[in-house]
Design a protein around this ligand. Structure first.
Ligand SMILES: Nc1nc2c(ncn2[C@@H]2O[C@H](COP(=O)(O)OP(=O)(O)OP(=O)(O)O)[C@@H](O)[C@H]2O)c(=O)[nH]1
Ligand SMILES: [Mg+2]
Length: 254
């Protein structure tokens, strides 16, 4: 598996998906093979553009020679085959690249929880030698927060027209996000949403007292709010820079 042989990786991931003693044994066996490849979580409501952004990011990583392993997880609802197929089709350009591995995972019944299964799946991709590991998960609820807890860097993808910003704020997923993205910025109200998120972020971090803004305490990460148009590749360079910047921040504060 260490030579990133796709069928071997697939078998290992199926074992994790199934759970049980074999999965646990595999996890133990993997530990010495881990190199600590960065794990990036992409979460947000259905259809926000997570897969389109993922593809755009992967193309950039590949252009600089980095290999990428991707796990797509839907902890909150059973996914239709159609949705999975949609993911595959949108990712088709990168799916043919042997430096990229994509796998959708159902982790519902797995003992030890979704987060544990996701962590184990990431371990497999790490042991298989991928340079970057990306986890796509659908939703803005507690199970996303659990999944995202295993990522080094979490990107929350929202869209202007939905009320998901409010829901994200309520569920607390916004507080665990390291980078906030307003995708579909080609649509009306994107600027308003960016400003709302900036205010919500400031409130969440306790930087607003009355109307006076205080600067973030030194040494803390202030989640940037970025606008992207994933289908037109707009804002993706900035998103990549923010991700790599956060990964460096995490490394330096370890
Ligand atoms: N107008 C517009 N459409 C976009 C943009 N980004 C993605 N889309 C479209 O939005 C739809 C959903 O995109 P996906 O990338 O599949 O979204 P997702 O968040 O991965 O969706 P799920 O995995 O099903 O939750 C597709 O039809 C995309 O072409 C954008 O920036 N602007
Ligand atoms: Mg998707």
């Amino acid at each position: 598996m260490r030579q990133a042989e796709p069928t071997g990786i697939g078998r290992a991931l199926s074992l994790i998906e199934a759970g049980g003693p074999d999965a646990d044994a595999l996890c133990m066996a993997l530990a010495p093979a881990l190199s600590g490849a960065p794990r990036i979580g992409m979460t947000g409501p259905p259809g926000a553009g997570k897969s389109t952004l993922t593809r755009a990011l992967v193309e950039r990583w590949r252009a600089t020679g980095s290999t990428v392993g991707i796990i797509a997880i839907d902890p909150s609802s059973p996914r239709s085959g159609g949705a999975l197929l949609g993911d595959r089709i949108r990712m088709d350009r990168i799916a043919l690249d042997e430096g990229v591995y994509i796998r959708s995972m159902a982790t519902r019944g797995r003992s030890g929880g979704i987060a544990a299964a996701t962590a184990a799946a990431c371990d497999i991709l790490d042991a298989a030698g991928f340079d970057r590991i990306l986890i796509e998960t659908v939703g803005v609820g507690q199970s996303e927060i659990d999944v995202i807890g295993i990522a080094d860097t979490t990107v929350l993808v929202l869209v202007p027209e939905s009320g998901d910003g409010i829901q994200a704020l309520k569920s607390g997923v916004m507080e665990v996000a390291d980078i906030l993205v307003v995708n579909k910025a080609d649509r009306p109200q994107a600027d308003t949403m960016v400003r709302e998120l900036e205010v919500a972020r400031a409130i969440g971090q306790g930087h607003i007292e009355g109307s006076a803004r205080r600067p973030a305490p030194e040494g803390n990460w202030v989640p940037p709010v970025l606008a992207t148009v994933a289908i037109d590749d707009v804002g993706v360079d900035e998103l990549l820079a923010a991700i790599e910047g956060h990964l460096e921040f995490v490394q330096s504060s370890r």
